[in-house]
Design a protein around this ligand. Structure first.
Ligand code: NAP
Ligand code: G4F
Length: 347
């Protein structure tokens, strides 16, 4: 059987790097675009990197950018992928308020550039396309969300992603492309970016437990997220692409936990029981045994608009593709804290 070829945007990010490993294990030839940077940005894929000169290599990196239509079309035409995973994005919600135009360009129009390039390929009917859509598109609705729920974005990130979500559907209908949305709720792993609350917390907790620092500064403790394990989510992406027809799927765990709860569990893993006192931005988290303050609020981490509650219903993907999350919230927190502790102990 012919080896399948995958093309991944965002291959240097959390999901892209995990997906690249997953697909290499399935014997795919994997191509990815990396952005030109003044220092290397390939740390997450260094363990699978193959020298340019290596014969028969299965991981091939190309310079590219979601803001550069010309190179995207040329690359697709040259590589002739069977499956395209569009994971590239300015993926930080708070930063999208600071750089809204850039975020819209990469996350919204970047998707359109890719879809339009695909629609102009001679082999467009044999290409499959996955769009990394997000639960942020739902905005503030205090209910369990599924594929039929309304979208009410409250950040430039979410509105850009909604543009991409709709264009994925539109290009599917208009040009018969095999184009799918995975509407993904929060998913984390030890290779999560360090300015997301999960990794920021587990890294700080590991440092605090080893006496390397005292305090973790955070924003809103009271928002709820449906947190899953990123390794489970790349498996879901692949399953969506193997389905007999292109459809949109929610990828979630059907459970939700507060930021406060995440922090408490992370500290529990290193034997610290966190208690809370004070109100609003004066609230602090302290070690019940020693009374030492380990969590403080800094209003810099609050957002102009916040999504307070997210919980997703994964019934459809379970029913049609047999996918369900394998790692639960407690296990996820423990995996991340343990990895951060191990990394620090190696130093
Ligand atoms: P991530 O770790 O922030 O990775 C983003 C990737 O996109 C990186 O490889 C980054 O490259 C690349 N990128 C940024 N700007 C680009 C540009 N202009 N052109 C090409 N590539 C660019 O994000 P992630 O957590 O893996 O998420 C993957 C995708 O899923 C994103 O689209 C995100 O919005 C979406 N999503 C994530 C979650 C989640 O909870 N993780 C949930 C729902 C949806 P550099 O390494 O050079 O920065
Ligand atoms: O970890 P976060 O930054 O993730 P957020 O905003 O939910 O976005 C992530 O998940 C989305 C899917 O729902 C993705 F589409 C998106 O790309 C990204 O991967 O924040 C989670 C919660 C928020 O309510 C935030 O206000 O944690 C709260 N928070 C409290 N203190 C903080 C902090 N978030 C960050 N990043 N840093 C803090 O200090």
């Amino acid at each position: 059987m012919k080896r399948k070829i995958a093309f991944i945007t965002g291959i240097t990010g959390q999901d892209g790097s995990l997906l690249a490993k997953f697909l290499l294990n399935k014997n795919y030839e994997v191509h990815g675009i990396k952005r030109r940077a003044s220092s290397f940005n390939t740390k997450r894929i260094d363990s699978i990197y193959q020298e340019h000169q290596m014969k028969g290599k299965k991981l091939i990196l190309h310079y590219g950018d979601l803001t550069d239509s010309l190179s995207l079309y040329d690359l697709l035409n040259k590589i002739k992928p069977d499956e395209i995973y569009n994971l590239g994005a300015q993926s930080h919600v708070a930063i999208s308020f600071i750089n809204p135009e850039y975020t819209t360009n990469v996350d919204g129009i970047g998707n359109l550039r890719l879809l339009d390039a695909i629609s102009k390929l001679k082999f467009k009917k044999s290409v499959k396309f996955f769009q990394a859509s997000t639960s942020e598109m739902y905005g503030n609705q205090k209910k369990t969300l599924n594929e039929n729920s309304d979208f009410m974005p409250v950040s430039p990130y979410a509105s850009a992603k909604l543009l991409a979500y709709w264009n994925t559907k539109i290009y599917r209908q208009a040009y018969g492309l095999f184009a799918c949305n995975g509407i993904m709720f929060n998913h984390e792993s030890p290779v999560r970016g360090e300015n997301f609350i999960s990794k920021k917390t587990t890294k700080a907790v590991a440092e605090i437990s080893l006496g390397l620092r005292d305090v973790l500064y955070v924003g809103n403790l009271n928002s709820y997220r449906d947190w899953g394990y990123a390794v489970d989510y790349v498996d879901a992406m692949w399953k969506i692409m193997q389905y007999k027809k292109p459809e949109d799927f929610v990828i979630a765990t059907n459970k939700t936990h507060s930021v406060r709860n995440f922090i408490e569990l992370a500290f529990k893993r290193v034997g610290i029981k966190i208690a809370w006192k004070g109100k609003g931005i004066k609230e602090v988290g302290y070690d019940k045994k020693t009374n030492k303050i380990h969590v403080k609020i800094d209003k810099i981490y609050f957002r102009p608009n916040e999504v307070e509650y997210l919980k997703g219903d994964y019934t459809k993907i379970k029913k049609l593709l047999g996918w369900k999350p394998k790692v639960n919230f407690n296990q996820l927190v423990n995996i991340m804290v343990d990895e951060d502790l191990n990394n620090l102990k190696k130093l």
